[in-house]
Design a protein around this ligand. Structure first.
Ligand code: TH1
Length: 824
């Protein structure tokens, strides 16, 4: 025991005794209870309040330093921030985790039980939202002036229950009983107009002006969440907007005697920030979603401008002071909104306003999937944001008549092709085009993805403006994804390389020198075993399935989507099961296949795949003939807090998307960092992970991106693979029987159908044989204990590049050009 720990240093750090006093004081004076009566919830809140004495102080110092320096800042606009829990992370970053743990122990409490009281802040769907959370952590750690802007959803991503094997969605209520981390800022409330019409008026000077007469007004109430950088020098804010009925509106109706009507108005206004849309990478075109987007963009821009105006009387310095990063196209409406403010409210002429916008906004693209590329119906825009539609038309007119005409003179087909407005039965606004036309930079999120963004998504734009396109490979914060979630491995690394690795993750490469050292290997694999024992207990509690910690833990955790191919994993599990049934002596290491995934509520096939996994798990786990060699586990309600228990316990990381479809992936990085070996396609950041850790330390299989394109172009026929591979045919046919759903044949048939009649759009059948062989290689390799340990160590030691601090420094160098500000 008593291994050294990487502990953030902080001059303000509390001793154990001070921490104890502070917790007890807050139990009494903040929570209105005492040590004898307090429940764990109260203990948790008192602990948070004790840390907040430090955190809020740093928050104030940081905003003072930024105001005094009048520093350039990045504003990260995102509809999603998947923060997870904050307590353990903040304790680590402030550098008082040990003091808090010991204080609570003295007070008769286990810090794990206390921290388990915290609900996840699940204000995001998956990778895109979690990336935003890692980025604001890194921005604070690196002392960059930054504000995250988003929506204060009352309900985050739904809680998933599994009933009879099927997903049921339950509302998430993360702040039902109050959240000690957030601060309401009524002094910064903003008003947001909606609907109505546009009037053209001529001033006395003869100049034409546009006046938007809104049909409704709602107000945005900001809630600030402190973002504590490592060692807590800088504490930035995440500012989340909650929608409320505008005061005057209530009063008007109320005075007219319409008390009930005013309540209806109120609930309409409050609906805007009520719930996060649960669709990952599929766009739905719902009016409320457009209003959500506009609502938070309008509030955020007003906030940015208010802060700018404290030190400036005109807009000439605006784009020097502020850069606005659009996290995918979801906040694109901020572009016409800034144009509207500058022209209609501030009186700038078009060209000046346009110059400011095109120097202020930058856009990150996160996907190439057609169904995720946002388009809004023109009629919807016209109804909700009539003035913004006019502005978009004008942006488009100038773009087509000036830029496109100059490059491709007289080419009307090219104009149609590149127009921000898509013609057709329902005319649509193409949000990604609006971004690329406006923004000074457009970036993809992994090297391969950024190339595809240029070649496949925006080839003509890239011809027009090659200098606008960048890559910034994603990253993950080592504070949450190693220091906080894997204490054991974290302290082993601190013993080895000192306590600076949570900042500079490339320091871990020192462990490569010990990859063949028997003692080091044993220590490393003992930790892996410990984490597997801990996970086995979680699995027992949640699923009532016994799993052997000596088995290979093979994990696929991510949103459920056909392109991510959880069903390819399922087909292989069925093949293994069949082999075991046919040959009880089939040689293999014990294997546990673990899944965690939420399906979008309206995504039928995704839900069917969850059902199939659960039904197959029931059968396999209770089949004595296979002597426990194979187990299948579906963990319900996958979320950040569960992820923190899964990454450290994994042997194999399943990253099996069809090549060309996963923009980056970030789970792949967390797995490797914690010593799991990637079993994956050459897709997204897998490519760069393989580069860093070496091809011999990953299991790559399947078609590459060019081969996928070529096969599709040649006319892919899944039936060829069905008839050509008897094992594949057998497992697909199995899905149609009632073997896994006794008495109800056909319940799993939709999967087979999508893969045959449905044309297998993601080429599961084409990659099956190669995937199956890769699994045999995994199994063989695992039998060589030393060989496996060596590879696990090399993986963990070699992924320093995927620190989100590195991603942020890339954004700063290539796009944001910020300077660090050191608060006092
Ligand atoms: C994800 C990408 O699928 C993933 O590959 C990437 O690592 C991650 O973003 C972070 O860059 C995306 N999530 C969403 C969610 C929505 C729309 C598009 C994407 S792309 C709602």
């Amino acid at each position: 025991m008593a291994a050294k720990k990487a502990t953030a240093k902080n001059a303000l750090a509390l001793s154990k005794e001070q921490f104890k006093d502070s917790i007890v004081k807050h139990l009494r004076s903040t929570l209105g209870t005492d040590e004898a009566r307090a429940n764990n919830q109260a203990w948790w809140k008192a602990t948070c309040s004790a840390v907040n004495e430090l955190v809020f102080d740093r928050l104030t110092e940081t905003s003072k330093a930024n105001a005094e320096n009048d520093s350039r800042a990045v504003h990260y606009l995102s509809l999603e921030f998947l923060m997870g829990r904050l307590t353990v992370n903040n304790l680590h970053n402030v550098g008082v985790f040990d003091a808090a743990r010991d204080a609570l122990t003295d007070l008769g409490k286990d810090i794990n039980d206390i921290c388990d009281e915290e609900p996840d802040m699940a204000l995001g769907n998956g990778g895109l939202g979690r990336l935003a959370a890692c980025f604001i952590d890194s921005l604070a750690t690196l002392n960059y002036p930054a504000v995250g802007y988003g929506i204060h959803y009352e309900h985050g991503l739904f809680r998933q229950e599994i009933q009879g094997g099927r997903q049921i969605e339950r509302p998430d209520s993360w702040r039902e009983y109050g959240n000690p981390w957030e601060i309401c800022r009524p002094e910064s409330i903003q008003e947001v107009p909606l609907y109505g019409y546009v009037e053209t008026v001529f001033g006395e000077d003869g100049k034409m002006r546009k006046v938007w007469h809104a049909g409704r007004q709602i107000k945005g109430v900001p809630w600030d969440i402190p973002v504590v950088g490592y060692e807590a020098k800088t504490v930035n804010v995440l500012r989340l907007w909650e929608s409320k009925a505008a005061d005057f509106f209530d009063w008007d109706v109320f005075n007219a005697g319409g008390y009930v009507d005013s309540q209806a108005e109120k609930s309409q206004a409050e609906a805007v920030s009520k719930v996060l849309y649960p669709n990952d990478e599929s766009e739905q075109g719902k009016e409320l979603r457009l209003i959500q987007q506009y609502f938070f963009c309008a509030c955020s821009l007003k906030d940015i401008i208010r802060r700018y105006k404290r030190n400036h009387t005109d807009f000439s310095q605006f784009s020097k002071q502020a850069v606005i990063q659009l996290n995918d196209t979801h906040p694109t409406v901020a572009i016409p909104e800034l144009m509207r403010i500058l022209i209609d409210e501030e009186g700038l002429v078009w060209d000046d306003a346009w110059k400011i916008c095109s120097e202020t906004f930058a856009y990150t693209n996160h996907t190439l999937l057609p169904e995720a590329l946002e388009k809004w119906a023109v009629y919807l825009f016209e109804k909700v944001l009539p003035r913004h539609l006019e502005i978009i038309y004008e942006i488009n007119r100038r773009f087509l008549e000036d830029e496109v005409e100059a490059k491709w003179p007289g080419n009307d087909e090219m104009k149609r092709h590149l127009s921000i407005i898509e013609e057709g039965e329902t005319r649509m606004v193409r949000m990604a085009f609006l971004c690329v036309v406006t923004c000074f930079k457009t970036n993809g999120v992994a090297a391969m993805h950024s190339e595809l963004v240029k070649q496949d998504l925006f080839p003509e734009f890239c011809e027009l403006w090659p200098e606008r396109f960048e890559n910034v490979t994603n990253g993950v914060t080592p504070r949450r994804w190693l220091l906080a979630c894997n204490e054991e491995l974290a302290s082993m690394y601190t013993d080895l390389v000192g306590d600076q690795w949570p900042r500079d993750l490339t320091l871990l490469s020192k462990a490569n020198e010990f990859a063949d050292d028997a003692k080091f290997q044993k220590k490393f694999m003992d930790i892996k075993h410990t984490k597997k024992v801990q996970l086995a207990k979680v699995i027992k509690d949640l699923c009532d399935v016994e799993v052997d910690p000596n088995a290979i833990f093979d994990i696929q955790i991510k949103r459920l989507h056909e392109y991510k191919r959880q069903h390819l994993n399922v087909l292989h599990i069925l093949a293994l099961y069949r082999r075991l049934l046919e040959n009880p002596n089939y040689e293999m290491n014990k294997r546990v296949f673990i899944f965690g995934a939420k399906a979008a509520p309206g995504y039928k096939l995704a839900k069917d795949i969850i059902y199939a996994i659960n039904k197959i798990a029931d059968k396999v786990n209770n089949d004595e003939r296979i002597q426990g060699k194979l187990k299948v586990v579906f963990l319900p309600n996958y979320r950040v807090t569960l992820a923190e228990k899964l990454f450290p316990a994994a042997d194999v990381s399943e990253q099996i998307s069809t090549a060309g479809y996963e923009a980056s992936g970030t789970g792949n990085m967390k797995f490797a960092l914690n010593g799991a070996l990637t079993l994956g396609t050459l897709d997204g950041a897998n490519v760069e992970i393989a580069e860093e850790v070496g091809d011999e330390n990953v299991f790559i299989f399947g078609l590459n991106c060019d081969e996928v394109k070529a096969l599709k172009a040649a006319g892919y026929n899944p039936w060829d693979y069905y008839y050509g591979n008897p094992e594949l045919k057998a497992v697909l046919d199995w899905l149609e029987t009632d073997y896994f759903t006794p008495g109800a044949p056909g319940e799993l048939a939709s999967i087979k159908q999508s893969l045959l009649e449905g044309g297998d759009p993601y080429l599961c059948l084409a990659d099956f044989a190669s995937y199956s062989e890769a699994h045999i290689a995994v199994d063989k390799m695992y039998s060589d204990k030393k060989g496996w340990a060596r590879k696990a160590i090399i993986n963990s030691a070699s992924v320093g590049k995927f620190n989100s601090d590195r991603s942020i420094e890339d954004y700063v160098d290539r796009i944001w050009h910020l300077e660090k500000v050191m608060p006092n």
